[in-house]
Design a protein around this ligand. Structure first.
Ligand SMILES: CC(C)(COP(=O)(O)OP(=O)(O)OC[C@H]1O[C@@H](n2cnc3c(N)ncnc32)[C@H](O)[C@@H]1OP(=O)(O)O)[C@@H](O)C(=O)NCCC(=O)NCCS
Length: 151
């Protein structure tokens, strides 16, 4: 796993585009996200090839997973789980939140395994081909030692 900075915008944008072609963000958007205060991004490597990334924003006593994605050719090999584990280890007492589309069963299964629980709902938050879809706001429930409750 490598630490990403704004110079990795192209690599991250390429994985994002492959992972969610309908909703990817531009390389420029990624450059500014990676430069923003509190930004923390990591890229998971499959040998020499970038396989996935996780971009986190630390803000006060909260943190947010802004995006996590694994290239379609590298799925179900534990890259997202490793990235999330690393993100959780960086929290330093912060509460971790994220948003996920209600129909995103792969991501929801991953988050459930880490001990995320629903903390809210944003009706119609995502635009889809057929209209709009709710986002679920999830919060990581941690044990006293600050570890996610992995199931
Ligand atoms: C969600 C996503 C990041 C998972 O990446 P991944 O590297 O394939 O995930 P992992 O291999 O680390 O999976 C860890 C666990 O998550 C769960 N999981 C992951 N993908 C799953 C799927 N398609 N169906 C059911 N469970 C799934 C499983 O419990 C899995 O463990 P297992 O393989 O031992 O059963 C990937 O599917 C992706 O990039 N999706 C598109 C982008 C996206 O939706 N991001 C989330 C935005 S909120």
């Amino acid at each position: 796993m490598i630490a990403a900075d704004p110079s990795h915008a192209e690599v991250i944008a390429a994985i994002h585009r492959a992972a969610v072609p309908e909703a990817a963000w531009s390389e420029n958007a990624w450059r500014s996200l990676l430069s923003a205060p509190g930004a923390r991004a990591r890229i998971a490597m499959d040998g020499a090839a970038p396989a996935g990334f996780l971009h986190l924003r630390h803000a006060g006593d909260e943190a947010e997973v802004v995006m996590i994605a694994t290239h379609p050719s590298a799925r179900r090999r534990g890259f997202a789980a490793a990235l999330l584990e690393d993100a959780v280890a960086s929290l330093d007492g912060r509460t971790l939140f994220l948003e996920v589309a209600e129909s995103n069963s792969a991501a929801r299964a991953l988050y459930a395994r880490f001990g995320f629980r629903q903390a809210g709902r944003r009706p119609g938050y995502y635009r889809t081909a057929s209209g709009r879809e709710d986002a679920l706001v999830l919060r990581l429930v941690q044990d006293a030692a600050g570890r996610g409750q992995r199931l």
